[in-house]
Design a protein around this ligand. Structure first.
Ligand code: FAE
Length: 570
């Protein structure tokens, strides 16, 4: 077992300044302010879909909430962060603490209002309008049952929480809303193996990262590990069974830390609180238990009194005036997605945290349209899918996964140290409500292939170029691991779950990385080459693959970079 995959276990205690839910006083005040700032627009609207929820009668008309009315903003801020994912949230908090007036701009909504079923988010089994960002149909990664497309369903268009961007040979999953990917992700918060970190980012001091910035990120995000009590419950039979099989095949497994509060999960299992992870909630948001960014960094940032949050507002373009001030053109949308306001805002310091795809698109548009022509040619290069590769395995009838499955993975097969098959395969749930005799794995492989992006002037967006064979290294490595796993356990590959009817999925990623690489398109702290006071703070800095799930590294790097920038650039 790798020590770097093992989290510190000491983060359960309540720290000074925190209340019993782990929220600091400043975060609590910020969270109240975050909600109060916009409640004037809080109401619900009928989308005339029948509620699938038990809380409402089947005859009730389901009404998702109308997004909060965006707050008014000033014409100028010292600093602006684009997006509200990990990179932006860290940056906004540290800017706010330093007394710098800062605006956060987010194209999605603040997810804190109850729909007519009494919930903020919908679950994966009964997905509704809240699930997807302006789509007519859900797009679950596991879309089929026995080869039939029975999982996805038609939905009304709405500014939902999960988005997909489709390119040739690759579909990218993203979170939309205040908190970005933290709203939809599986919460797995894993420190990469140090040797691999040093290989991919050799010029970023590993001592500093491992001694200071990763521990800070773990503490801020409330990373914890599954307790024995929870792991021994019915909800993790799927994981215990796969771990036993992995050991039988001679593999090591390791703990996968998470930001889901496992004490809360214990209470769910005991029936004392409203269930979330044990009630099929994850990719369309968790109503409880998960420490997403809207529970920690963002309310703390707003609690400084120096940070303003503008939602439902997309940054369309960026220019710079002769005085060095940046001007952002903004588009605010309504619940139907119509642009209801176009406005501009200026700043001296601009931090791009719109995620790998969003930041790269804004920068490529700026470079290619001549708005910021001195930006590096490196922008758009070095894109990777973090070697994401899903595998489905059919188990023999005597190896049961259980009908009850928690949505949060907590263990992985760690074969990273095998140079022939560098794979970290997380044991993923398949919560279908019945015994499926199926095990699912999200494998992170060491795929050295890289894609690139180009700007399409006619469509005014970017295209990702990822060839049909570029996932082959992932396939080869995963096959070595799972051939051995199957042979030792009377298992075989299960078709019929993924689009294309393969027993694996290499056509989508949850972990887009790169496009604006640290040390190439930027200096070693995210300062973009060619312009002063312009920074990248998100996953686009990371060169395509980090060997584990990426958000802890994005958070730690953002902490490291803003620490330096605040001392040297302001
Ligand atoms: P991100 O979180 O993507 O935030 C970017 C934000 O910017 C979003 O809120 C956008 O709506 C917003 N935005 C984009 N463009 C604009 C614009 N033009 N104007 C205004 N706002 C804009 O950025 N990672 C893990 O480490 N562990 C996991 O368990 C895990 N599971 C995942 C499961 C799913 C289903 C998905 C989709 C992702 C998962 N990830 C996981 C990936 C992780 O969430 C992702 O790497 C981070 O969220 C990326 O953080 P960034 O700060 O780069």
């Amino acid at each position: 077992m790798s020590s770097t995959h093992k989290p510190s276990q000491n983060n359960k205690s309540t720290k000074a300044g925190e209340n019993s839910s782990g929220m600091t006083r400043r975060a609590f005040l910020g969270r109240s302010a975050m909600t109060a700032a916009a409640t004037a627009g809080a109401t619900t609207v009928s989308l005339a879909v029948i509620s699938p929820k038990a809380e409402a009668g089947w005859w009730d008309v389901f009404e998702p909430a109308v997004p909060h009315t965006p707050v008014s903003i000033a014409p100028y801020y010292t600093a602006i962060t684009v997006g509200t994912g990990y990179g932006s949230s860290v940056t906004a908090l540290r800017l706010g603490e330093a007394g710098i007036d800062t605006l956060m701009i987010e194209m999605g909504q603040l997810w804190d209002q109850l729909a007519s079923d009494g919930k903020v988010h919908c679950n994966m089994i009964n997905a509704d309008a809240r699930s997807m960002w302006f789509k007519d149909r859900t797009e679950a990664p596991v879309s089929n049952i026995l080869g039939l497309p029975l999982v996805d369903r038609n939905i009304d268009r709405y500014p939902g929480v999960l988005d997909t961007l489709s390119y040739d040979n690759m579909k990218v999953y993203l979170g939309r809303g205040v908190g970005g990917g933290s709203l939809v992700n599986g919460g797995m918060a894993v420190v990469p193996k140090r040797a691999f970190f040093e290989e991919i980012l050799p010029d970023v001091g590993a001592d500093d990262m491992y001694d200071r910035w990763y521990p800070l990120a773990q503490s801020m995000l409330h990373v914890n590990s599954v307790t024995d009590e929870v792991y021994e419950s019915d909800y993790y039979q799927f994981s215990r069974m796969a771990e036993t099989c992995a050991h039988k095949a001679g593999f090591q497994t390791s703990d996968v830390p998470n930001v889901y509060d496992f004490d809360y999960m214990a209470e769910e299992i005991a029936g004392n609180v409203e269930p979330s992870a044990t009630a099929n909630e994850v990719i369309y948001g968790n109503n409880h238990g998960k420490q997403s960014l809207d529970k920690n960094y963002i309310p703390q940032a707003i609690g400084t009194g120096n940070v303003t949050l503008r939602t439902m507002t997309r940054v369309a373009s960026i220019t710079q005036g002769a005085n060095g001030v940046y001007t952002l053109q903004l588009e605010t949308i309504n619940v139907a997605g119509d642009i209801v306001e176009r406005l501009s805002v200026q700043c001296r310091y601009l931090f791009l945290g719109a995620g790998t795809m969003g930041t790269t698109e804004l920068l490529m548009r700026a470079r290619e349209t001549g708005a910021l022509p001195a930006l590096s040619d490196e922008i758009g290069q070095g894109w990777g899918n973090n070697g994401n590769f899903m595998v489905s395995i059919a188990n023999p009838l005597w190896k049961l996964t259980g009908a009850k499955q928690s949505g949060m993975p907590v263990r992985g097969i760690d074969n990273w140290d095998d140079p022939e098959a560098q794979v970290f395969a997380e044991i993923a749930p398949f919560p279908a409500g019945i015994e499926t005799y199926t095990s699912l794995f999200l494998a992170i492989t060491n795929n050295p292939e890289r894609g690139y992006m180009t700007y399409d002037a006619t469509a005014d967006n970017v295209r990702l170029h990822w060839g049909p064979d570029q996932s082959q290294p992932s396939f080869d490595a995963a096959k070595k691991v799972f051939d051995r796993y199957n042979k030792a356990n009377y298992c075989h590959y299960r078709r019929g779950l993924f689009e294309g009817n393969q027993p694996y999925a290499d056509f989508f990623t949850y972990h887009p990385l790169g496009g604006c690489l640290l040390g190439k398109a930027t200096d070693l702290y995210g300062r973009l080459k060619g312009y002063d006071n312009l920074y990248t703070v998100d996953g686009s800095l990371i060169p395509g693959n980090v060997g584990v799930n990426p958000f802890l590294t994005i958070t730690a790097l953002a902490e490291r970079n803003i620490h330096k920038i605040l001392r040297e650039d302001f």
